[in-house]
Design a protein around this ligand. Structure first.
Ligand SMILES: Cc1ncc(COP(=O)(O)O)c(C=O)c1O
Length: 399
């Protein structure tokens, strides 16, 4: 009896099946699905034979298909396909240094440091910075990677209500820690598309000698006169926000990430970030292409202008058509559905009309807030935008 109870308890396979079954019952199962790129914003699904207009990516400027980036990847292959070691051992190449210098110059910061992904950068930076005697404050809707970084950090973490600076202040003042205060937020929120009140956060941080970190993965390339993101749009520099985090997987059309900011801070992070120290440096061709995408973004301002025009056009026309968008001025335009199953049904209905808009469900968003996360690109035509609005208008959406 004892033995069989023990056996049942240790049956990992039954446990996994049970957990998977629970996900299915909650309409939370996910699958990867391969699509072939067959046009600027067109994906082909070989299984169903459908070609879909793509409204569910983060390639806001359409750079993932840019010939200069593809040429950069190919041309730098001679530098070696892999770096062969971590940055601090022997994996640093001239491409890494050149990219970091170019980033610091473009963002007008002292220094920059590259990471293999935004997820790794966020986890590493928060874990490394927030020590036991410190306190860490995060917005409730911060990206999962910031939350996981906070979980790994020894510091106590407090989460303030979304974009509620008064609540943030209250938690900050309540914290009895003796060390430093670290305040971190998304710039443009990844699942809502709205913006953090960065000026108020900067004022709060300054008044309390706290370190403010902004992850502007979704604002960089999209916002600001030169596409430098929310901080540029709001007139905030390194003085007010000593650490800015960006990713190459969104508007730069590649993969990877960077942090940029005050020299001593970057230098310290180079010494203590586990996600930099204990991982192989990014392949030189990718790093070279990242630098090219930085240049292309700066040179091809028309992409940002087209995107801005598309965002404004889409929001105005969706409003007229009565499509209930969440308030957002970014390329992320969510339609809140609530229920997981209803969100999947809406996704399927759009798909039947040749539109790819993926339903985002918990835990990516809070329980009861499943949504269609529509993303816009500089390369969408007005006709494609209208097609989406027409299809959304036919759905039965919560008011
Ligand atoms: C705000 C934010 N930060 C970080 C990341 C992670 O970036 P990456 O895809 O480079 O890991 C994402 C990606 O979804 C994000 O939305």
């Amino acid at each position: 009896m004892m033995a069989s109870a023990m056996t049942a308890q240790l049956d990992w396979s039954a446990t996994i099946q049970q957990r998977q079954q629970r996900l299915r019952a909650q309409h939370l199962c996910r699958q990867t699905q391969a699509y072939r790129v067959v046009g600027d914003v067109l994906l082909h699904d070989d299984r169903s034979g459908q070609t879909l207009i793509h409204f569910s990516g983060n390639d806001y400027l359409g750079l993932s298909q840019h010939p200069a980036l593809q040429a950069a990847l190919a041309s730098a292959a001679a530098a070696g396909s892999g770096s062969g070691a971590s940055r601090l051992v022997s994996g640093s190449r001239p491409e890494h240094d050149a990219l970091e210098q170019a980033l610091a110059e473009r963002f007008e910061r002292d220094a920059a440091l590259c990471f293999s992904s935004g997820f790794v950068a966020n986890v590493s930076v928060l874990q490394a910075l927030a020590q036991r005697e410190d306190v860490l404050l995060l917005d409730k809707l911060c990206h999962a990677s910031l939350i996981d970084g906070a979980r790994l950090a020894a510091a106590g973490c407090r989460r303030y209500r979304h974009n509620d600076v008064a609540h943030c202040r209250q938690l900050l003042l309540q914290s009895a820690r003796t060390g430093m205060r670290v305040l971190a937020s998304d710039g443009v929120f990844s699942m809502d598309g709205d913006q953090a009140p960065v000026q108020q956060l900067a004022a709060l941080a300054a008044a309390n000698r706290a370190l403010l970190i902004i992850d502007d993965a979704h604002g960089i390339g999209v916002l600001g006169e030169h596409g430098l993101g929310l901080l540029e749009q709001q007139g905030l520099g390194q003085q007010q926000v000593p650490l800015l985090i960006g990713t190459f997987g969104k508007s730069f059309g590649l993969a990877g990430a960077f942090i940029t900011g005050q020299a001593d801070l970057i230098d310290h992070l180079r010494n203590v970030c586990r996600g930099l120290i204990y991982t192989t440096a990014a392949p030189p061709p990718l790093v070279h292409a990242q630098r090219v995408s930085l240049r292309v973004q700066a040179e091809e301002g028309w992409r940002r202008e087209r995107l801005r025009e598309n965002i404004d056009w889409f929001v105005a026309h969706a409003n007229v058509a009565g499509v209930p968008l969440l308030p957002s001025h970014s390329a992320i335009q969510p339609v809140l559905i609530g229920d997981n199953q209803l969100a999947l049904q809406a996704q399927e209905a759009l798909r039947q009309q040749g539109l790819l808009v993926v339903a985002i469900r918990p835990p990516t968003v809070p329980q009861g807030t499943a949504r269609l996360r529509i993303t816009l690109s500089a390369l969408h035509s007005k006709r494609q935008l209208q097609q989406l609005i027409d299809a959304l208008s036919q759905l039965e959406l919560p008011a």
